[in-house]
Ligand binder design. Structure first.
Ligand code: SAH
Length: 349
């Protein structure tokens, strides 16, 4: 059984040809799925009954089920979604004034083991398939449709649980499906992939010909500190990562965003700001400072507002463009793996 939500348009054309159909059949199916929002093959009345029988026999149109839905006072929606095999993943809807952004998970759990992140606590169970990432967006689109305000998902950040570049091919398929004009038609510049920094995949991503964005989870300006926070740095130290970022910028012709979460007394000092300026000065990227969401899994503390602003000022004075990330859903555990970890804890009790 093939889940149609996981098949890229170009691949679906080939697949239709292998069924003795015209490539156009693929466009027709995409139109039914993404424009007319069909949820079964039987609705597709301009396709012959005999081919609909074939579709029903070989294809499915499944999307994940909502296990838990939390709505924050700021309208943020956090979902715990149940997959076919019972594994659960988190998806978050953030409402900006410029549109609706969905934070998509790319794996069940994560193997990167960053010391500050709840997603890694349970390790990686498996990669998500393209249809399971598309499904996260579709579930949110369905909720938005129920609100009857004519809204839909306009932005995607692959910043949920998982390391997208540890599930590279499926993530690229997912991007092509949501970006396709006949698919969800989400503009490439409205799609961002965030990575902890895997150089060969950063270079590969640069060569995909996508106009999507790349965010690098930096979080520390020197190897000693980054080794302590992010295991991946022991494999690909900063100098190796920064070479890949420079290659990305020249091949893709796009600048990156550096994510830098601020942990009180750890990476939010003046010295760190100065080192960060030196590190990224040679690139065109800009810094997104992230207020840390505290969890009971570790002792890291969120930097105070004053320290965050002092850090921002230093970067700006040093000629580095930087912003402070807007926070959503702080009353509903919306940060990184926290809902899933909590649910697991509850079940284990
Ligand atoms: N694996 C990818 C994408 C998922 S994490 C990556 O590393 O980029 C998305 C972002 O959230 C990363 O920058 C991550 O470091 C950050 N993050 C993880 N835990 C956090 C927390 N408790 N508070 C704030 N940001 C967190």
């Amino acid at each position: 059984m093939i889940n149609l939500y996981g098949v890229q348009l170009e691949k679906l054309k080939d697949l239709m040809v292998s069924y003795g159909q015209k490539p156009y059949r693929a466009i027709q199916l995409y139109t039914w799925l993404y424009e007319k929002k069909a949820t079964s093959f039987d609705e597709m009345t301009d396709i012959s009954k005999s081919f609909r029988d074939v579709l029903n026999a070989d294809f499915i149109l499944d999307i994940p089920k909502i296990a838990i839905k939390q709505v924050s006072s700021d309208g943020t929606i956090k979902l715990l979604l149940e997959l076919e095999d019972g594994y659960k993943v988190e998806t978050v809807l953030m409402r900006y004034n410029y549109g609706n952004a969905v934070c998509v998970s790319s794996q069940v759990g994560c193997n990167m083991g960053c010391s500050f992140c709840s997603s890694g606590v349970l390790g990686k169970q498996r990669n998500l398939r393209p249809e399971e990432m598309v499904g996260q967006v579709l579930v949110i689109n369905n909720l938005l449709r129920e609100e009857n305000r004519g809204q839909r998902v306009s932005h995607i950040v692959v910043m949920g649980t998982g390391e997208p570049f540890d599930n590279y091919d499926n993530v690229i398929d997912f991007i092509r499906i949501v970006n396709a004009q006949k698919g969800l038609a989400i503009g490439a510049r409205h799609i961002t992939v965030s990575t902890c920094g895997i150089p060969d995949k950063i270079r590969k991503y640069a060569s995909e010909g996508l106009q999507t964005n790349l965010a690098i989870s930096l979080h520390a300006p020197n190897n000693k500190l980054r080794n302590a926070l992010m295991k991946i740095n022991k494999v690909y130290p900063l100098e190796v990562l920064m070479e890949a970022v420079k290659d990305y910028e020249s091949v893709a012709g796009r600048r990156v965003t550096y994510e830098y979460l601020l942990l009180e007394g750890i990476n939010d000092t003046k010295e760190c700001a100065q080192e960060l300026i030196e590190l990224i000065k040679g690139t065109n990227g800009y810094v997104n400072l992230i207020p840390y969401n505290e969890t009971n899994k570790n002792d890291y503390k969120r930097s105070s507002g004053n320290r965050v602003h002092a850090f921002l000022d230093m970067l700006m004075k040093g000629g580095v463009k930087a912003t402070i990330r807007k926070e959503f859903g702080s009353d509903i555990d919306a940060a990184c793996g926290q809902l899933r970890a909590k649910e697991k804890e509850r079940n284990d009790e």
